[in-house]
Design a protein. Structure first.
Length: 260
């Protein structure tokens, strides 16, 4: 795999709760999640192991209990942590993303331009396939490439996410070099970041005025100047649209103006 060809050097968007964003601001860190916590049971599943792989001796053995397969999964995936972004925030597919990952459009997302900020070398594209079985048979890779390939292929049922992923393959050496913090339950890694890499904040359609104002002031109070947008429904085409969010301490609402 040519990592350069697989890397997303462009803007990407992380859907997050307001509380999660506020912690990101306060701690100046980006949260990565263990692959064991992902919501897709086939995401990095042991059943996606490339052929041939010694693990298939366990998987294909009918006498082996599920616990043995689980042990194999834990052994393979315990060092993998992801921070997931989407390539868009206001197209038709984004409508679902706001519903899934931003609490029914009540939360927020933020933008990072990976063309300017090559954080961890940039996020890798996620590839979607109608047949994971056929895809698995193409997974014969050099040993040091197995992790990224394993983590960047999903079923096409998820293609609406338009996902790109920052990946940390954790070990004590890179923890010391990069200053990672590993959570006590081992479910998360926190990567120190300069908050100036956040170039835009987008508020969900149902986000409260209080949460929007608090978020804007947290950036402004720290001398940071990201752009602020709020999503709305465009009345002419009934699709997601965005307009500039203007801070109004008295909550005066600006009239609609499409950016199209």
């Amino acid at each position: 795999m040519n990592r350069q060809d697989e890397t997303h050097f462009d803007k990407a968007y992380r859907y997050i709760s307001f509380n999660g964003l506020w912690r990101t601001i306060e701690n100046k860190s980006l949260r990565f999640t263990s692959v064991s916590e992902l919501n897709d049971p086939l995401d990095n599943s042991v059943y996606l192991l490339p052929l041939p792989h010694p693990g298939w001796k366990i998987i294909n053995n009918d006498t082996v209990q599920h616990e043995e397969v689980k042990k194999l999964y834990n052994k393979i995936t315990s060092s993998f942590y992801l921070c997931c972004f989407s390539k868009t925030y206001k197209d038709l597919n984004s409508y679902l993303m706001w519903a899934y990952y931003s609490n029914n459009h009540q939360e927020v997302c933020f933008e990072v331009d990976f063309k300017k900020h090559r954080l961890l070398g940039g996020p890798l594209f996620v590839h979607y396939s109608d047949s994971l079985v056929k895809l698995r048979n193409k997974f014969i890779q050099p040993k040091n490439e197995f992790g990224p390939v394993f983590l960047t292929h999903k079923s096409s049922v998820w293609k609406h996410e338009q996902e790109v992923r920052l990946i940390i393959i954790y070990n004590e050496k890179n923890q010391n070099e990069e200053g990672y913090t590993l959570s006590g339950d081992l479910k998360h890694i926190f990567l120190p970041i300069n908050l100036s890499i956040i170039s835009k904040i987008i508020f969900g359609i149902k986000a409260s005025d209080e949460d929007k104002l608090k978020t804007a002031m947290m950036f402004i109070d720290r001398g940071l100047k990201p752009k602020f947008e709020e999503l709305i429904i465009n009345p002419s085409n009934l699709k997601l649209d965005a307009r500039k969010y203007v801070i109004h301490l008295n909550k005066v609402y600006k009239p609609y103006k499409s950016q199209e």
